[in-house]
Design a binder for this molecule. Structure first.
Ligand code: SF4
Length: 386
C-alpha cells in the first residue's frame, strides 16, 4: 500500500496558538463549540449515530468488501499501537454522546476479532445521554465467533446484533466469504444470539446480481415469522478495491417484487429518522401487516439514496473521523488525544467538523461518470465499517 492508495488524512491541531499550522491540516476556527448540545450539519442533519470500527482485520474475504487478491498476507494492516485503546474509544464516544449521539454500532473488519471487546462494550454501556438515558449499543458481525461470544456480549451490556449472511446455500455462502467458512456455524451463532437475548436480531444480506439473487426467496422463507429482521442491501461501490459495476446491482424494487409475488408485503413507516432500511411488513390474508410474520428491510444506497437524513458519523480503528461511508478523507482525532488535548478541545473539534459536513455521495453518484467517485480514493468499508 502506498500513500496514494489511502484516503487523505486531515491532521487536527490544537487550536491554540495559530503558530502550530501544518500544511494540509484542517485549521479549525478558534471559536469554541460548546462541549454538549445537538450538532447540525450544513444540510440540517443532526448527529445521532456513531459507528466505531474496532479492527481493520477480518477472518472473511467477502469479495464486495475485502477481496482476497488485495487483502492478502502482505497487506499492511494497522499495527496494534496505532489502534485506539478502549479507554480512548470510550472517551471519544462520551464526547459524541454529549453532542447528541444516541446509538453506537461497533463494526470492523470483524469486531469480534478484537481481543476482549466485551470490555469495551461494558465501558460504552455505562455511558448515559445528557438526559440520563442508556445508549442503544449494537454490533455488526459476520457471525463466525458469535456462538462462542453471545452470552458474554449480552452480559457486558450489548443490546442487539446485526449478522451478515449472504445466503443459506453452503456453497454460495462459502464462495462469497471466500475463506470456505460453513454457513452452519453462522446460523448457530444467530441461534446463540437469540438464546442470549441479543435482539431483535437483524440479518444483512448483500445482493449481487449474478452471484446470490437466487438466495433471496430461501432467506425470506427461512426468517419470516422468526422475529429476525432480514435486510437486503444493494451491492455498493464502497472503497476502491471491489471492482464494482452497476450491472451487478439488483435494485431493491426488484427484490421487493420478487418476494411480494410469493409472500405478500405492505410498506411500513420508518421506525426513526435516518433509518437506512425501507421497511416492508409481511401481510396476512386480508393484506394487513401481520406483526407475528415480521418484516424485511431494503437498503438501497445505489437506486434510492437516503443521504437526506443521514445522521451517521464513523470512527476508524485508529481514530479518524469519517463523515460518509464513501468519504475520501478522515479527520485525525487520535493525534489530538495523544497531544493531550482536553475534552473541550475534542468536543469543539468534533463540533466544527460535523457542522461543516455536506456529504451526500449516494445522491451524487448517479450524476458522476461511472466509477469517477468523489475525487480521491474512497475509504475501504473494512476499515470504517459498513
Ligand atoms: S452516502 Fe454518505 S451521506 Fe449518503 S447516506 Fe451513505 S453515508 Fe450518509
Amino acid at each position: 500500500m502506498t500513500d496514494r492508495d489511502t484516503p487523505r488524512t486531515v491532521p487536527l491541531l490544537d487550536l491554540r496558538p495559530r503558530a502550530l499550522l501544518v500544511p494540509g491540516a484542517a485549521f479549525l476556527p478558534e471559536s469554541r463549540i460548546a462541549s454538549s448540545g445537538r450538532l447540525i450539519d450544513t444540510r440540517g442533519r443532526p448527529l445521532r449515530d456513531l459507528r466505531i470500527s474496532v479492527t481493520d482485520r477480518c477472518n472473511f474475504r467477502c469479495n464486495y468488501c475485502m477481496p482476497k487478491e488485495i487483502f492478502d498476507k502482505d497487506y499492511a494492516y494497522l499495527p496494534h499501537q496505532a489502534l485506539l485503546s478502549f479507554e480512548e474509544i470510550t472517551r471519544i464516544a462520551k464526547i459524541f454522546v454529549a453532542h447528541g449521539v444516541q446509538k453506537i454500532r461497533l463494526t470492523g473488519g470483524e469486531p469480534l476479532l478484537r481481543k476482549n471487546v466485551e470490555r469495551l462494550v461494558e465501558q460504552l454501556a455505562a455511558l448515559r445521554t445528557p438526559q440520563g438515558q442508556a445508549l442503544d449499543i449494537t454490533l455488526t458481525t459476520n457471525g463466525s465467533l458469535l456462538a462462542r461470544k453471545a452470552r458474554d456480549l449480552k452480559a457486558a451490556g450489548l443490546q442487539r446484533v446485526t449478522v451478515s449472511l449472504d445466503g443459506l446455500d453452503d456453497a454460495v455462502f462459502r464462495s462469497m466469504n471466500d475463506v470456505d467458512f460453513p454457513v452452519a456455524d453462522v446460523l448457530a451463532g444467530i441461534d446463540a444470539a437469540q438464546e442470549a437475548g441479543l435482539g431483535p436480531i437483524k440479518i444483512n444480506m448483500v445482493v449481487k446480481r449474478g452471484t446470490n439473487e437466487h438466495e433471496i426467496l430461501p432467506m425470506a422463507r427461512r426468517f419470516r415469522g422468526s422475529g429476525i429482521v432480514l435486510r437486503f442491501i444493494e451491492y455498493m461501490d464502497v472503497g476502491a478495491t471491489n471492482g464494482w459495476r452497476m450491472n451487478e446491482v439488483l435494485p431493491s424494487s426488484e427484490v421487493v417484487k420478487l418476494i411480494h409475488a410469493e409472500l405478500p408485503l405492505v410498506q411500513l413507516e420508518p421506525s426513526h429518522p435516518g433509518e437506512t432500511a425501507a421497511r416492508w411488513g409481511y401481510a396476512d390474508a386480508s393484506g394487513q401487516y401481520d406483526k407475528a410474520l415480521g418484516e424485511i428491510g431494503v437498503i438501497s444506497s445505489v437506486t434510492q439514496a437516503f443521504c437526506g437524513d443521514c445522521n451517521r458519523a464513523r470512527l476508524s480503528t485508529e481514530g479518524k473521523l469519517f463523515l460518509c461511508l464513501f468519504a475520501t478523507q478522515g479527520y485525525d482525532l487520535r493525534s489530538l488525544i495523544r497531544m493531550d488535548a482536553s475534552d473541550a478541545d475534542l468536543a469543539s473539534a468534533i463540533g466544527h467538523i460535523w457542522q461543516g459536513r455536506d456529504d451526500r455521495y449516494s445522491e451524487l453518484r448517479s450524476a458522476l461518470a461511472p466509477d469517477a467517485g468523489p475525487g480521491g480514493r474512497r475509504v475501504e468499508m473494512s476499515y470504517i465499517g459498513g
